[in-house]
Structures are given as C-alpha cells and as structure tokens.
Design a protein around this ligand. Structure first.
Ligand code: KIV
Ligand code: ZN
Length: 392
C-alpha cells in the first residue's frame, strides 16, 4: 500500500520478538526458528531487530551472531545489563552485523533501587556514565533504557536521561516495564523529557510498553504523540507476562489513522499476516481468534446486517483491507446470524442459482441447521441444497 508520507514524521520500529518476546514463559525458539523470524522482520522493513541477550547463554550469544550475519537491512541489537561483562559480550555479538547496536539498561525506580539493585540514586548515575561510556567505546550506536521508567520520579529520571545522553547514548528508551502507565501520563513523560532535558534534541526517544493493563499499544501511540520516534514492540504482542505492544497494531494504527496521527513507519504491512503465522509457529503461542489485525476473525463477519453491508461496500464494516495486511479476502462466515444476502452470495460462490421458492426453502433449512451446529461448512450447504433440489 502506498501512503503519502510527505507531511508525516517517521517512527522507527524496534522489534524485540526475539528477546522480550522469547522471554514469554514457554516461547523459547530454536536457532533456525529465530533466523526465520529475523528474515521476515528484515523483509518487511523493521528498522531494528533485537536479536537476544548475548550474556544469557551460549545459545543466545550464537543466535545474536547468526542473526547479525544474516540480516541485510535492519540494525541488529543485543541487550546488556549495566555490567561490563554483559556489554563486552553484546558488543562481541553485534559486531558481525552490518549495523549493530548495544542496548544497555539499568533500573531507575525507587522500588527497584531499594529491593533489586540495593543502590542509591548517585550510584545509579555513576553506573550510567560508566556503562554507556563503555558501550560507546565498542560501537557508535548505543541505546540506553531506564528500566521501570514509568514508576520513577521525573526529576531523577531526567537526571538519568541527561547522564546517558552525555555519556554518548543515541537512543533513550523509557520502558513501561510493568505495564502501569496510562496514555495521558505517558504522553506527558515524553513531552517533558523532550522539552526539559539538555541534549534531548540530539537523541531518539523510544517507548517500550508492556500490556499488563491492556494499554501497551495506546500508551505507545501516546508516547509518539509526546515526541517518541522509536517504538519497541513484538509480533503478536508476544512478551513477558501479558506481553509487549503488538507490532502489527502499531503499524496499522499509524497507517490507518494518518489523518489523526501524522506519522509513518517503514514497515510493508502486507507481510504482517505471514509474520504472525511464523512467530506463532516458532513460539508455539496460538494467536487468539479475535486478535486485532492478524486474528482468524479480524476480517470475518457473521451477522446478517454486517454481511449485507459488506456485500454492498466493504468500507461499511472494515477500516482497512485484508490485502493491506496480507490476508487474501474477507470471510463471510455462515452461521445462525447470517442473512439472506450472504446466503445467496454463498450459493452463487458454490455454483447454485435457485428460484425464489427453492431459495426460500433452502434458507429456512440453513437457519435450522445453523441453530443446531456451531460450524457450517460449504459441504453442509451443498448437502442441504442438493437435498432440497433432489426432493422438489
Ligand atoms: O521491559 C523492560 O524494561 C525491558 C528492558 C530490558 C528494556 O524489557
Ligand atoms: Zn520489556
């Protein structure tokens, strides 16, 4: 699909299916599966692929190296805690990429500082200076993340961000690690950062939202409105606990509502359905039927009113075309809510032209069957029409 992007700002898509997505309990992928996922992400135009956490295991390190060697267009990122050995290992892995990035993070919220890190604010500031500086000595492209940013007091968060910028970070990610924020608050956080932190104009701000309250995509879009120009997300919303913001939803929201949100991404949306299937198979996570954009029912209609509208003009009940996300066609599902128009259309598709009386009788028998049976297949309709024709 071609969109006029001349008056819109570019939003970079950072996919973390292979890192945060794989952290979903049970979603572990083999090297071969990771390469397949990376291939489709690269083909579709994702800007940054976070390929893993190189220090986590030998397997993770090898996967990041393999993805780095395979990927042609995207930047390949490796995650590292604010620990020298992590940063060295990430640097070693991503140096095989045409464009590599070290993504290093440290917790900033009082609750993490007190219970997880056992560090003071001043100590955290020192850690940021050292670790971001170390990463910059290895590679130009360094991203720094403030873990649990959304539960961090703004004055301290601004101090951390300023420190990371001074130490050489080019991308500043402010994660909603526990999926706690709400859109208005997230918008304000990014807006304040952009307006108040010295050096903010020289870096890209990034949103990384989790879906614990079901607001990861809404929060990501609010972040973009507040000045973020990178969004971190995963295919099918795979990720820790309730998951991350779903890539397909962000891309299609920006594409479909360009009138209200003047932004665009480089992602070719016709790959979305295939990417969803590949990730679902690789992670062994089924996609819920009513999942936005890529669910089995996302372009399916059963009610008579909707089916009638769809047969007249698809825009009556669809805000984007199935083709735009790589799905062949809308499906009008035959069920007890279907009306005459859809039934007639289905008969035509199956090669039947019935006269008025025969059609009426067939329709009554179809409704009767649909009341008893959950799924009506083409074979059921053929059988009931053949019976009808045979008995008349
Ligand atoms: O959710 C989070 O805070 C993360 C960081 C490692 C970026 O995944
Ligand atoms: Zn995360």
């Amino acid at each position: 699909m071609t969109t006029d992007t001349s008056n819109r700002d570019r939003v970079f898509i950072f996919d973390t299916t292979l890192r945060d997505g794989e952290q979903s309990p049970g979603a572990t992928m083999t090297l071969e599966e990771k390469l397949q996922v990376a291939e489709v992400l690269d083909e579709m135009g994702v800007d940054i692929i976070e390929a893993g956490f190189p220090i986590a295991s030998v397997g993770d390190f090898e996967a990041v190296v393999a993805v780095a060697k395979q990927v042609k267009k995207a930047t390949v990122a490796g995650l590292a805690r604010a620990i020298p050995a992590d940063i060295d290992r990430a640097g070693e892995a991503v140096r095989h990429a045409q464009r590599g990035r070290i993504h290093t993070f440290v917790s900033t919220s009082p609750i993490h500082l007190a219970h997880q890190m056992k560090k003071t604010e001043d100590e955290v500031i020192e850690i940021i200076t050292k670790t971001v500086g170390q990463a910059r000595n290895l590679i130009d492209d360094v991203e720094w993340s403030a873990m649990d940013a959304t539960r961090t007091p703004m004055d301290f968060l601004m101090r951390c961000v300023e420190t990371a910028i001074k130490a050489g970070a080019r991308t500043i990610n402010l994660p909603d690690t526990v999926g706690y924020t709400i859109p208005e608050e997230h918008f304000q956080m990014f807006k304040t950062m952009r307006e108040k932190v010295p050096g903010a104009e020289d870096v890209v701000f990034s949103a990384h939202c989790h879906d614990d309250l079901g607001m990861a995509v809404a929060n990501s879009l609010a972040a973009v409105a507040g000045g973020a120009r990178q969004v971190e997300c995963t295919i099918n919303g795979l990720g820790e606990r309730a998951g991350n913001a779903a890539l397909e939803e962000i891309v299609m929201a920006l594409q479909t509502r360009g009138d209200a949100m003047p932004f665009f991404t480089n992602v070719e949306s016709t790959h979305l359905s295939r990417a969803s299937k590949i990730v679902s198979a690789a992670s062994n996570f089924p996609v819920q039927y009513n999942k936005s954009i890529v669910g089995k029912n996302a372009f399916a209609h059963e009610s008579g009113i909707h089916q009638d509208g769809m047969l007249k003009n698809a825009e009556t009940y669809e805000i984007m075309t199935p083709a735009s996300v790589g799905i062949k066609a809308t499906t009008l599902v035959m069920g007890k809510h279907s009306g005459r128009a859809a039934f007639k259309d289905k008969l035509r598709e199956l090669g039947y032209e019935l006269g008025d009386n025969a059609f009426q009788e067939a329709f009554v028998r179809f409704k009767d069957l649909a009341d008893r049976k959950k799924h009506i297949y083409d074979a059921d309709i053929i059988a009931l029409v053949d019976d009808e024709v045979g008995s008349s």
